[in-house]
Design a binder for this molecule. Structure first.
Ligand code: FE2
Length: 422
């Protein structure tokens, strides 16, 4: 089947182009004279590669309020509630919620997702369910599964063995949580286990690490050094690192040079972390986010994750990556003109890179996975948190959105100023 998207605004290119798609691939970008069965007039709107969410917990999504709401809003009450909710997990319960959330994601242009799945469960209920979800949803969204030991590898009974089993069953990535292990020694030991597992299964690594306000939590240093020693360049991602917000500058800058050598990827999760961190502080209260701006400036690859969608830790969210971008740039002091564009790249290209996705981007010869936003540019997409008008995967339209219209005294209001941010 042939499809042509006309008058597309692609990236920073001012000139509008047509995109010719056939058999699921982008065949040509430029002026297309030919006609096709499906023609879409993008009318100067931004055509982007799909949004990528490299960090979410699909086994916990949409559980907010069950068995109770988080009254304090803290991480600890969230953990307490989750431990009760976890007892009620069933195969069907996990599948139903994960699929529902993934449909929300797809409708809003997310076509690539990396989900952490808690494997601190002798039955591996959530993991087994997620392997099926991945398979059953593959026409709509590409999912990577991280074997995530929520309660630790060393500290949880049989933790290492459960990690191994989950990788045999179908987990794609090795996870971890060294700062949560009982002791510093256990945290270090857990990183050694993570690296051994990754090497023996030939898998990438994505670790929850230093997700605390404790400036003495320094596991990421060991992870980066280990990455270099084991020649695992580019295959390791450090998620959260909120402690980096509190490190002294001399240490933080030294650390970034080690990250660079290790080609370590970083994921920040601004929605959860701005809500959960800093809870022990009196005013001034620290920001719960790692140093996105400085990391990017140092040439380190940084992606952004949604992390939670209506769960015991973060009660809000509608699985929209533009909301994540919006939070990140406000919290991270990244409202400079170029910085807003950089944040858009953090929810697309950067995350695709850390997920080692090939064939990503609006380029001739690439797979036709793309979205058409209801905005002419990256900045406008973020400012308006615009709708995604069309979601196209493998050359097929899989989702559409009709934007709402607003009127004042019968006059339609557009929320845009012609000529600005086009
Ligand atoms: Fe997380």
């Amino acid at each position: 089947m042939k499809m042509i998207i006309r008058n597309a605004h692609i990236g920073e290119d001012k000139e509008l182009k047509d995109i010719f798609i056939e058999n699921g691939k982008i065949i040509k970008i430029g002026k297309i004279e030919e006609k096709a069965e499906i023609e879409i007039d993008a009318d100067g709107k931004l055509v982007s590669p799909p949004f990528v969410d490299p960090h979410v917990h699909l086994d916990a999504v949409l559980t907010v309020g069950d068995p109770q709401y988080n009254i304090s809003g803290t991480l600890w009450e969230g953990i307490e509630i989750w431990s009760k909710r976890k007892l009620k997990l069933t195969h069907e319960d996990v599948k139903k919620r994960a699929k529902e959330a993934l449909k929300w994601a797809v409708a809003q242009g997310i076509l690539k997702v990396r989900t952490h799945v808690d494997v601190c469960d002798p039955e591996l209920t959530a993991l087994k369910a997620m392997v099926e979800v991945k398979q059953e949803m593959r026409e709509l969204v590409d999912v990577q599964i991280v074997s995530f030991p929520q309660e630790g590898i060393v500290s949880f009974p049989d933790g290492e063995n459960l990690m191994r089993k989950s990788l045999e069953i179908g987990a794609d990535i090795v996870g971890g949580i060294p700062h949560y292990e009982f002791s510093r020694d256990d945290g270090i030991k857990s990183i050694d286990i993570i690296m051994d597992l990754a090497k023996s299964f030939d898998k990438d690594i994505d670790v929850h690490i230093d997700e605390t306000d404790d400036d003495q939590s320094r596991f990421v240093e060991y992870l980066a050094a280990k990455t270099i020693k084991e020649n695992y360049f580019g295959r390791v991602t450090a998620s959260h690192i909120t402690a980096m917000h509190s490190y002294n500058n001399a240490y933080a800058y030294k650390l970034m040079s080690v990250f660079k050598k290790a080609q370590l990827n970083v994921i920040a999760n601004p929605l959860d972390n701005i809500a959960l961190q800093g809870r022990f502080d009196n005013y001034p209260i620290r920001r719960g986010m790692t140093r996105i701006k400085e990391l990017l400036k140092s040439g380190i690859n940084v992606g952004l994750g949604h992390d939670s969608v209506m769960d015991p830790w973060y009660p809000l969210g509608r699985y929209n990556m533009l909301q994540v971008a919006f939070m990140a740039l406000n919290v991270g002091h990244m409202t400079g003109y170029n910085e807003i564009n950089e944040i858009f790249d953090a929810i697309t290209y950067n995350s695709a890179k850390l997920m080692n996705l090939s064939d990503y981007g609006i380029k001739e010869g690439n797979k036709a996975d793309l979205i058409i936003l209801n905005a002419p540019s990256k900045i406008e997409a973020i400012r308006l948190r615009s709708e995604v008008l069309y979601v196209i995967k493998n050359g097929n339209i899989i989702a559409k959105t009709t934007p709402a219209k607003s009127y004042v005294n019968d006059e339609e209001i557009s929320f845009r100023v012609i000529g600005i941010y086009e």
